[in-house]
Design a protein around this ligand. Structure first.
Ligand code: PGA
Length: 264
């Protein structure tokens, strides 16, 4: 079976419930038939909207997976304000985003903590979408590859091949997220090749080539196709350009047109 092209968005701390549901309504109107099975769409709302969004998507038979933007590594306990994998699994979420650079920077999450969260997520049947990225300074010192490979290897430490196949990796250069700047498709492609190579060294070719590698950081309708033309970019993790449902649908539509319909 062909591996799907992953196309998804995290809303970060945006969209109270009314706006979340409006996004879903627009999506349902634009994609009444869902989307081509060669695309795997997903959406990662804030915690408060995961359950209603999941329910909406299910009742409208829309094929988007839903996910959470973070979780605690423990199953339960005296962790005021935190949410566990077991709790997320009940909301309809099947993905959990871990290690986004905004969380690393603002909440001091360590590489080791991300590894513990990955194990906990898998233990509860969630697929971790692990974000890794180089800083502007690492880029300047030309150690981007070393940095992202290191982060990825720690995040995946101790996983079996079967578990590794349940993970997704998103390369998100910190210098290309938000208003900071953009990575060219070639720049992103080179890092993705290094990540693929590291995955194959760690898990062997058979498993290493099957772990989806997504790119995120200032993805737009204009650069989506060129990014996906890079050999080891298997999907896009979109922020601002997909917060408007029309924007998200436009990207899904353009990718479908370029990679699926024209190839038939
Ligand atoms: P952006 O966000 O597309 O708005 O740059 C990407 C991200 O943080 O995942």
């Amino acid at each position: 079976m062909m591996t799907p092209i992953w196309l998804g968005t995290s809303w970060k701390m945006n969209k109270p419930l009314s706006q979340a549901m409006a996004w879903c309504e627009t999506l349902a109107a634009r994609m009444p038939e869902g989307c081509h099975p060669a695309i795997q769409p997903f959406v990662i709302p804030p915690f408060t909207a995961i359950q209603p969004v999941s329910h909406f998507l299910q009742t409208h038979q829309l094929p988007l997976l839903t996910g959470a933007q973070n979780m605690h590594e423990a199953d339960q306990g005296a962790w005021t304000g935190e949410i566990s994998a077991a709790m997320l699994a009940e909301t309809g979420a099947t993905l959990v985003e871990l290690g986004h650079s905004e969380r690393l920077a603002a909440f001091n999450e360590s590489d080791a903590a991300i590894n513990r969260k990955v194990h906990s997520a898998l233990g509860h049947g969630l697929r971790p979408l692990i974000c890794i990225g180089d800083s502007a300074e690492e880029k300047r010192w030309q150690v981007s590859r070393e940095s992202v490979v290191r982060q990825m290897k720690i995040a995946l430490y101790g996983l079996s091949h079967q578990q590794a196949l349940r993970t997704l990796i998103a390369y998100e250069p910190v210098w290309a997220i938000g208003e900071h700047g953009t990575a060219s498709p070639q720049e992103a492609g080179v890092i993705h090749q290094a990540l693929r190579q590291a995955l194959c060294e760690r898990f062997g070719h058979e498993t290493g080539t099957r772990i989806p590698l997504l790119y995120g950081g200032s993805v737009t309708l204009q650069n989506a196709v060129e990014l996906l033309r890079q050999q080891e970019i298997n999907g896009l993790f979109i922020g601002r350009a997909a917060w408007d449902a029309q924007g998200y649908c436009d990207i899904v539509q353009r990718v479908t047109q370029e990679f699926i319909l024209q190839a038939q």
